[in-house]
Ligand binder design. Structure first.
Ligand code: UT7
Length: 380
């Protein structure tokens, strides 16, 4: 969706959006897509790059504020569709800081010896929670997903340090009220007449908060990792606003080119923005083995955080070499295994119920059509 297309929805214009945010367009999920389906595609790509099969995964973390359900978690849906049968899965809710939190949690699971491979996904369908009449928010956000695989290694490197912070006293600056907001637990939400399930934001206050914390927590994370700012090849900030990124570069006295920026294309995709920017940076050849990289996020909660990484080589310890066709075949087999399992359980319960009445067997046959399930994974 381009800025021009937004002009038809709210009182705004391309020049204002470009000048105040740097955004030119954003992607909007179609009706068949959801946070989990976008996350699935990103996860499959990440597994291809890491050259591992789904059953090698020990943990799947889906960082999101737009999960399709309270439960089951989007991470669990993705786990089932991948056939990652040895993995635990959960959603992580820390708004736009979610991916930084997810990477830190995944790295800690590996450091503790609980996991060898952790899939960290950032996936969002922000278009579903935007108030398309509010020009203060709807012009900023977009949909998307990105994913990485963290792998245990004997070599020093990977996630060197993490700094996670929160200030709940600023919780009213941006949020998405859900059904639990109604009631005495949060009367402020009601008096401010925020719309249920729709995002609200005090833009300029969040702007000030972001420009204050971004530099501070980069410095803190670097100090913890004993890495100097000069030795950092690339900083991947949450893609909220070009002016925030420029202000951070100025305050740290770092060349803007060392900040990855792709919000022009995607807008602000909340927890998906850092993995999208990271993957774009890798694909553009801007990150190499041995480079120091800082990921920094900030947003609702309030929450913010940074992790310092030493980029490894993804070919290290990767004996499995699957062709694209074999991978697709394995996903297809998972899909059919899921379908046949569902079919069998449905069949069993229907046969049990229909035993005394033969007429029910015909109805049972009609209901056996697997395409009526409606919850098949939308494999690419
Ligand atoms: O991802 C989570 C973290 N989120 C962020 O980091 C977002 C941080 N905030 C921002 O990026 C910026 O505050 C916005 C892009 C949301 C707004 O930019 P701003 O420079 O802070 O604008 P403003 O809210 O101070 O508004 C300036 C003017 C106002 O008009 P007046 O009162 O000066 O006449 C607004 O009514 O711009 C007007 N305005 C708009 N005009 C055209 C606000 N939104 C729009 C719009 N199109 N979409």
């Amino acid at each position: 969706m381009t800025n021009e297309e937004l002009e038809a929805l709210v009182s705004t214009n391309d020049a204002w959006i470009r000048a105040r945010t740097g955004i030119e367009k954003r992607r909007i999920a179609n009706e068949q897509e959801s946070t989990a389906t976008l996350g699935l595609k990103a996860a499959q790509n990440a597994l291809n790059v890491a050259n591992i099969v789904p059953r090698q995964l020990d943990l799947i973390i889906c960082c999101t504020s737009t999960a399709e359900n309270v439960f089951p978690a989007s991470a669990s849906l993705i786990q089932g569709w991948l056939g990652a049968t040895a993995a635990g899965a959960f959603d992580l809710s820390a708004a736009c800081s979610g991916f930084v939190y997810g990477v830190q949690m995944g790295a800690q699971a590996i450091a503790a010896g609980d996991a060898d491979h952790v899939l960290v996904i950032g996936s969002e369908t922000m278009s579903r929670v935007l108030d398309w009449q509010d020009r203060g928010t709807c012009i900023l956000f977009g949909d998307g997903a990105g994913a990485i695989v963290l792998r245990a290694s004997e070599q020093r490197g990977g996630v060197l340090s993490g700094v996670l912070r929160s200030d709940g006293t600023g919780g009213d600056m941006l949020g998405i009220p859900n059904i639990a907001s109604i009631g005495v637990s949060n009367p402020a939400i009601l008096t401010q007449e925020h719309k249920l399930y729709k995002m609200h934001m005090k833009g300029s206050e969040v702007f000030k908060f972001a420009t204050r914390v971004i530099g501070e927590c980069i410095q803190e994370s670097l100090a913890k990792a004993s890495v100097s700012l000069q030795d950092v090849s690339m900083i991947i900030p949450h893609q909220a606003n070009l002016r925030i990124i420029k202000a951070a570069a100025r305050s740290l006295r770092v060349d803007e080119n060392r900040f990855m920026c792709n919000l022009t294309e995607y807008g602000n995709t909340s927890a998906a923005s850092i993995p999208l920017a990271l993957c774009d940076a890798v694909e553009q050849g801007r990150i190499h083995s041995g480079d120091h990289v800082v990921l920094v996020g900030f947003g609702g909660g309030l929450s913010w955080g940074a992790v310092t990484l030493k980029w490894g080589s993804h070919t290290e310890r990767a004996p499995i070499r699957l062709t694209k066709q074999r991978r697709e075949l394995s996903y297809l087999m998972v899909r059919w295994r899921m379908r046949s399992r569902k079919l069998m359980s449905r069949l069993r319960s229907l046969v049990q119920r229909s035993r005394p009445h033969r007429g029910r067997v015909d109805r049972l046959r009609r209901r056996m059509d697997p395409y009526q399930d409606g919850d098949d994974p939308p494999f690419a």
